[in-house]
Ligand binder design. Structure first.
Ligand SMILES: Cc1cc2nc3c(=O)[nH]c(=O)nc-3n(C[C@H](O)[C@H](O)[C@H](O)COP(=O)(O)OP(=O)(O)OC[C@H]3O[C@@H](n4cnc5c(N)ncnc54)[C@H](O)[C@@H]3O)c2cc1C
Ligand code: SF4
Ligand code: SF4
Length: 419
């Protein structure tokens, strides 16, 4: 890549301005734009309006007659999916980046805004604009950390890109949707991935060091839906570690920043299409949310194998156990650990009897909701009212977490949207 950030594969990664100091912030890029004050209306950590933006993006609110929308946001179709020919270097089979390639191949967009790996550190995300389908290969795979994706919106506009696709995680997509109108793109496609438990790239390196003697040779990590973490190494080795045997208790309490412990949107409810794996039982998991999302899926034609997702097991006891541990950890108490000899047995049982498929996805969404309420109440109680939407309160209510009077948003503007 040359000094202007351009290279021959149609990738443009210009330098971005400095970040403005912010309290709860994942550096989505808005504070680095010409008008950093826009954080006030764009940030999911300040006063998010999920009901309003869901209606704006999808044309309707969550439908109470479709219970899964209370977990995952509005969607037309939920599918298990995989590319028949997985893309090399992709996190799963590469559906997210293949959609980007297709949009460029068909000329539907001028550019795709997404992340590549920082040239100095394969785990650090760095934003880029891609104009050549071949350039999308550099986006494949998951990086851990934050990078100012949206800081490239203004450079994209200045370049004359009017039709844009953005691939982003939920906190980036929230800000993008909040600013969508004023950004003035002729066409905007939003491909979202779920996201949870992100942390800074520096801290993630500390985690890798606990997982292997040769952490610099780890090229891939994924929390699979079968309760294992998969690691791949430069020499081709693959290792699967059961969740229960992860060194989580060795991580410092601030390993996960408060942003990611209190983020209310796991499944990227404002994207046109969510591309994840949680409900896929070993395959990928798609939520096609609106007409534009259907258009994006149709671009894949018969390259993609689709089926209905399965669902098995029961989530309640897993969520309750998780909640008890979160409450202990938030109160500064050590996590309750299972005796060493029980772990392999439970580790073997979980993929067989634990929640699977859509039930696994519901489990994770409820766990995240529980975590949000407990941590925010403890660390930033004044933000509870503005940050926690009603649908999150509804998810935690069966576990005995109900809002106090001053913890719930009320008022004509908000009530109207709920109705
Ligand atoms: C921190 C993090 C946590 C995640 N947790 C979950 C989860 O719990 N459940 C789940 O179903 N899915 C999760 N995902 C999404 C998952 O890792 C895959 O990205 C998704 O399943 C799509 O797979 P794919 O093969 O289609 O992606 P690919 O075709 O390989 O494309 C991946 C896309 O993600 C972008 N990307 C990679 N790292 C980042 C980053 N740090 N920030 C922003 N964009 C990035 C890439 O630029 C690329 O466009 C998470 C992603 C991240 C970044
Ligand atoms: S996450 Fe984005 S919108 Fe929120 S404060 Fe940080 S830069 Fe601003
Ligand atoms: S967990 Fe939430 S806040 Fe943290 S990076 Fe992911 S989407 Fe953003």
């Amino acid at each position: 890549m040359n000094a202007s950030g351009a290279d021959s594969a149609g990738i443009w990664a210009p330098p971005v301005g400095p970040a403005a100091p912010r309290d709860l912030c994942t550096d989505c890029g808005v504070s680095r734009t010409d008008d950093p004050k826009r954080c006030g209306k764009a940030c999911q950590f300040i006063a998010p309006d999920y009901p309003g933006l869901e209606v704006a993006a999808h044309g309707r609110a969550r439908d109470p007659a479709r219970p899964d929308e209370q977990f995952f946001g509005p969607f037309r179709q939920m599918l298990r999916a995989s590319l028949k020919h997985p893309s090399a270097g992709a996190q799963w089979t590469g559906i997210a980046t293949r959609i980007g390639e297709k949009l460029l191949e068909t000329g539907a967009v001028d550019a795709v805004l997404t992340m590549m790996a920082d040239p100095e550190d394969r785990w650090k995300p760095a934003p880029m604009l891609v104009t050549d389908p071949k350039g999308m290969a550099a986006a494949r795979g998951m990086r851990m950390g934050y990078a100012p994706l949206l800081a490239l919106l203004e450079p994209a506009r200045a370049k004359g890109y009017k039709r844009l696709a953005v691939i982003g995680i939920p906190c980036q997509v929230y800000a993008l949707r909040a600013l969508e109108r004023e950004l003035g793109f002729d066409r905007l496609y939003v491909i979202g991935t779920p996201c949870s438990d992100n942390t800074t790239t520096e801290k993630f390196h500390d985690f890798l060091a606990l997982l292997a003697d040769d952490p610099d040779t780890i090229t891939y990590l994924e929390f699979r839906a079968d309760y294992h973490v998969e690691l791949r190494f430069t020499d081709g080795r693959v290792k699967a570690v059961p969740f229960l045997q992860l060194p989580i208790s060795k991580l410092p309490p601030d390993f996960f920043p408060l942003t990611c412990r209190t983020c209310v949107d796991y499944t990227n409810t404002l994207s046109d299409i969510t591309v994840g794996y949680m409900g896929g039982q070993g395959e990928q998991w798609l939520l096609v949310r609106n007409e534009r999302g259907a258009e994006l899926l149709s671009l894949l034609g018969d390259e993609v194998k689709l089926s209905a997702p399965g669902s098995a097991g029961k989530r309640q006891s897993a969520v309750k156990g998780f909640m008890a541990n979160v409450a202990r950890a938030a109160g500064g108490l050590p996590l309750r650990r299972m005796p060493g000899w029980v772990r392999p047995i439970v580790g073997w049982l979980m993929p067989r009897i634990g929640p699977r498929g859509t039930e696994f996805a519901r489990t994770r969404v409820e766990m995240k909701a529980v975590e949000t309420v407990i941590h925010l109440r403890r660390e930033e109680p004044r933000r509870v009212k503005s940050m926690i939407p009603d649908h999150v309160w509804a998810l935690v209510e069966p576990y005995g977490l109900t809002p106090e009077e001053d913890e719930r948003r009320t008022g004509p503007r908000y009530d109207k949207k709920q109705g």
